[in-house]
Design a protein around this ligand. Sequence first.
Ligand SMILES: [Zn+2]
Length: 174
Amino acid sequence: MSNAGRKKDPVWVNFIEVSNKERGKSGCRAECRKCGKSMKGLVNRLKEHLKTCNTDVLPNPSKEHSCSSSSTEHVEIELGPPLSPGPSPSKKRKLEPKPIASYFLLTTSEQKEKLDKQIARAMFATNCPFSSIEHPEVLKAIELLRPGYRPPTRKTIGDRLLNQIYMEEKKIIK
Ligand SMILES: [Zn+2]
């Protein structure tokens, strides 16, 4: 027969008896009241578990469980913003990475057109050979002035930009 009539070992205080009969097995299973671990309802087994799960069953539930091997609770202490308005002394100045724009000058196509034209104008006005724009020293200077900007080639200056500026000048003169 079952062990219903048998006096339970005091160790059971710490466990919930779970019937095993539905599964066609004899005996019962025990569930630890503290950590919820389920195990065979054998007194020796339960005593063994209590050694590792040695927190007493108390109304004050202790979250710490030496026997809970499942998942370690990650406790995050969240310090919300102070409810009262006013300056927060703990407000740290965040060191954010500088936006890319502070390293490279963003040149829009509109700006590029303006720069290209002015370079061409400078070449025409000073009678510089158009090839000077491709001189490494000139390119260096331009790169320092406006990082990321690529000046027009001598071909562009002598062709498209020359025509454009010529037409513009013609309009002004008229
Ligand atoms: Zn336990």
